[in-house]
Design a protein around this ligand. Structure first.
Ligand SMILES: Cc1cc2nc3c(=O)[nH]c(=O)nc-3n(C[C@H](O)[C@H](O)[C@H](O)COP(=O)(O)OP(=O)(O)OC[C@H]3O[C@@H](n4cnc5c(N)ncnc54)[C@H](O)[C@@H]3O)c2cc1C
Length: 330
């Protein structure tokens, strides 16, 4: 059965985030030949609309307005509502990001529709759409079958398969006329606190530090390793509570959820609340001086040792690999 799907573009600054392209890829499969539309709402969005037009979607709807520069959820919700009515979409898919989590329930409420949050997979089973989402802080997964007229779904970044790179026939780009409501909330400032501009929730490599890092200065070798690997730095709550780093870096049940290809846990014991945010990483490396630390139970590779010796050695080795002169790590 062909379905019409609306994907709402998720922005980081002026750039469309990778999760949007992942969602378009999944929506193409799920649509079974139906129409995949992408809504891009912001200010000065022409260049990003072109990127989306080459993503495999059938059409890109833009709402370009100065009022949308401030990422106000109420205004974005008005744009999504108009786009759903315009396209007749049966599913609206948003990123499970700060903005997506804010807007998705507004859409669900406006259409009195069910919402399925934080999905990590979407599959077609005998023409039924089935979502997979984690529960109990990632200890189990549930399958949710979408049956009905309209659904709102939020998608966890970095979990759906990497999207087909194309090339695709360019999608039509069309301006959507939306009557923006007067906003009651104003976003004054967005603080981005990730290393080297890499978005923590979308990073392929995360180097995370725990209380074992011992100080803010102790994070320096972790930043150097993350930079050498093109990754981002994260932290346990232990490190955040101790004031070694900002809470924006916290990974876990009450922090961010990450699914990188490689997660390097440095001086992190592996409390269940931390595992909730990272145990789905594809490869986990743990560096801890305590051989009994629970983090080793989930690690694919464990290094028992002092992180202040191991991390700089790894960084030097990565740099040497890049230059083609790597030998054994000592
Ligand atoms: C409701 C609730 C929600 C929570 N949410 C989160 C959350 O979202 N994220 C989160 O992380 N935690 C969360 N916690 C806290 C969690 O229970 C742990 O307290 C926390 O994760 C511990 O952080 P840590 O591993 O950095 O510190 P510790 O448990 O103190 O571990 C430090 C580790 O560093 C090792 N170490 C010390 N020195 C070195 C060295 N030089 N080299 C190598 N290893 C060394 C030690 O052997 C030890 O294993 C939550 C707790 C509660 C109750």
């Amino acid at each position: 059965m062909a379905r019409s799907i609306l994907v709402v573009a998720d922005m980081r600054g002026d750039e469309v985030r990778q999760v949007t392209f992942e969602t378009v890829g999944a929506a193409r499969q799920a649509a079974s030949g139906g129409k995949v539309s992408v809504l891009l709402a912001g200010y000065g969005v022409a260049a990003q609309a072109e990127r989306l037009a080459a993503s495999g979607a059938d059409e890109v709807l833009t709402v370009d307005h100065p009022e949308l520069a401030g990422r106000r959820s109420e205004l974005l919700a008005a744009c999504v509502e108009s786009a759903v009515r315009d396209t007749g979409a049966q599913i609206a898919m948003l990123a499970h990001s700060a903005v997506g989590r804010d807007v998705a329930p507004m859409i669900a409420a406006r259409f009195a529709a069910p919402q399925v949050s934080d999905i990590v997979a979407l599959a077609l089973e005998q023409d039924r759409l089935v979502c997979r989402r984690p529960v109990y802080a990632g200890k189990a997964f549930v399958r949710v079958v979408l049956e009905g007229d309209f659904f709102v779904v939020t998608v966890r970044p970095n979990n759906l398969p990497k999207p087909d790179a194309g090339p695709f026939a360019p999608a039509a780009v069309r301006a959507l006329a939306v009557q923006l409501p007067g906003a009651r909330l104003e976003l004054r400032e967005v603080l981005q606190k990730t290393s080297s501009g890499v978005d923590l929730t979308e990073a392929d490599v995360v180097v995370a530090g725990g209380r074992g890092v011992k100080s803010a200065d102790g994070f320096k070798p972790l930043y150097e390793l993350a930079e050498a690997l093109g990754g981002a730095v994260g932290a346990s709550r232990g490190a955040c509570d101790a004031g070694y780093c900002d809470y924006a870096l916290q990974i876990g049940q009450t922090g961010k959820v990450v699914t990188p290809d490689l997660y390097i846990a440095c001086g992190i014991s592996g409390a269940i609340q931390h595992l909730a945010g990272m145990s789905n990483a594809k490869v986990i490396v743990a560096i801890n001086k305590d051989p009994e630390a629970p983090i080793f139970n989930v690690a694919d590779y464990g290094i028992v040792g002092d992180l202040f010796e191991v991390v700089p050695a790894l960084t030097a080795h990565v740099k040497a690999l890049r230059q083609g002169s790597a030998g054994e790590i000592r």
